[in-house]
Design a protein around this ligand. Sequence first.
Ligand SMILES: [Zn+2]
Length: 161
Amino acid sequence: MNVLVCAACGRRLSPPLRLLPELPERPEYDGQDGARQAPSTVPRGRYAVDPEPSGPPYVPHPDPEWMGAAYPGTVMLDPDGPGCLTSAGPSGTFVVHPADARGFLNPNPDVRWAGCCSVPEGDGPDRVCAGCGVGVASQLDSCTGPYETHFLPDAVRVVPA
Ligand SMILES: [Zn+2]
């Protein structure tokens, strides 16, 4: 078992977690239990490494017809162009169940979401370390989309629990 700690201040940012061999397939939104999002991709007490880019910055996808079929729920229409935006964020993020990150993170006051499925205003990840305020994670929780908290590989360290 490992815990994620803030690279800046050393504060613990997760409960003890066991690494999964790969990121599980993203479950589809099922509307169960009144949930707004799909079930969490990663179960409680586990974490996985996402090989794909995730989180901000978001850039226009080169194909204006692309609607992000491979990554449902995270597609954002480009307010300045004909197509959609796609993530140009870091790959290799550590993905956890958002409930496992609760209490360890605060919302980033510099990032504002106008509404679900919109483009965030402001720079940087939308979750900060509750100890030092450094941006450490992005949360995917748009309506009917994936439900995941992504810790930035450069902002956290993985240490034995
Ligand atoms: Zn910190």
